[in-house]
Ligand binder design. Structure first.
Ligand code: AHG
Ligand code: MN
Ligand code: MN
Length: 342
């Protein structure tokens, strides 16, 4: 974790000495491959801009007309929140019209949105994850993944967007918490930026994020144990043994917030399959795979309980999957418990 010592003599932006001010735009440009066209960096800039706009509303909470339900049940069969719709509209708007993004896959839209037949990128996203927490002022997030199209001479087809996480060229999230952060990877490590409202920029606050050697947390909704398969009880029993890591249980009900805390302090987040929904609740393309991509880049991994999440080829853009993501040894142990006696 890099820190900035305030330099009383220099220009002081948000408590940082001038040389410590690295915006996400500059970091993206300075760290893109020599051969890069810069288009992917600009797509991530567009997502950062969407995050700033969404944050400007989430941080106003009940002062905006955006709390509450939209009165619509979305393709997930879940009640859409007004802020879900707003965040989806902002992401769509920021990603359109620049000739960079061809297709957008959103949790909030039944079908992919075709934006531009010849543009090089596909963006998959959950515009607002954890939206059941909005009115209780609990941290929520935007999750995104980016694919590069192989052939832009023809209009996009399903082969452009229905892809395993291994094909991702970038993934990340924006966390609307006590501060607003954007965390992303383009395959060269995970980097975190904090929105400095004084200047309206995401500034680098943690480069090369990595799960710590020793985990501190596990994030499971233990109230659901009766709905889980037996292997999950074996994992919980394993956690409670005196010779295994002494973890605290933290479950926020917002995957981005749970993932981020575990990235900093070490741990594993899980949303298992259940008796009446064996594939669980979370969606592979715009929740499981992007978080697994980040986890691998930060020294961890993601699994559905038996396979790497990044290896799963989706059959449907809204395909659900059990998700276990975080510290490698804990995910490995979960797999062992879930496959033991399988
Ligand atoms: P979303 O709000 O995008 O529908 O998904 C929220 C997800 C995830 O963030 C969280 O871990 C999980 O739903 C919580 O689900 P439960 O309330 O069933 O625990
Ligand atoms: Mn979600
Ligand atoms: Mn959502």
């Amino acid at each position: 974790m890099s820190t900035f010592d305030p330099d009383p003599g220099g220009p002081d932006v948000g408590g940082r000495a001038a040389e410590g001010i690295v915006t996400i735009e500059r970091f993206l440009t300075d760290n893109q491959p020599e051969t890069a066209t810069g288009e992917l960096s600009r797509v991530l800039d567009d997502i950062a801009m969407a995050g700033k706009v969404i944050a400007s509303r989430t941080r106003r909470g009940g002062l905006t007309e955006l709390l509450g339900k939209a009165g619509v049940v979305n393709v997930q069969g879940e009640e859409q929140k007004l802020m879900d719709v707003y965040a989806d509209d902002v992401m769509t708007s920021m990603l359109s019209g620049h000739g960079r993004v061809s297709v957008i896959v959103s949790e909030e839209r039944p079908e992919p949105v075709i934006i531009d037949d010849s543009a090089p990128y596909v963006v998959v996203h959950d515009p607002l994850d954890g939206s059941s927490n909005i009115d209780s002022n609990v941290s929520i997030g935007t999750i995104f993944g980016v694919f590069r199209r192989e052939d832009t001479t023809k209009p996009p087809t399903e082969a452009d967007w229905l892809r395993p996480g291994r094909d991702l060229v970038a993934a990340g999230y924006i966390l609307y918490g006590t501060s607003t952060m954007m965390v992303y990877s383009t395959g060269q490590g995970v980097h975190a930026f904090t929105l400095d409202h004084a200047v309206g920029e995401f500034l680098l606050t943690w480069s090369n994020c990595h799960f710590p050697a020793e985990p501190a947390y596990y994030s499971l909704n233990l109230a659901s144990i009766p709905q889980w398969e037996a292997g999950m009880s074996r994992f919980v029993d394993w956690l409670n043994r005196p010779d295994t890591p002494n973890l605290s249980q933290r479950y926020i009900g917002s995957a981005v917030a749970d993932f981020h805390r575990n990235l900093l302090h070490g741990g594993v987040f899980g949303y298992p399959g259940e008796v009446d929904r064996p594939q669980g609740k979370l969606r592979l393309m715009y929740e499981g795979a992007p978080l697994a991509y980040l986890a691998e880049q930060a020294g961890g991994r993601g699994s559905d309980g038996s396979r790497d999440l990044l290896d799963i080829s989706p059959n449907d853009i809204h395909q659900r999957t059990p998700v276990f993501v975080g510290d490698t040894r804990l995910v490995d142990q979960l797999e062992a418990c879930l496959t033991e006696g399988a």
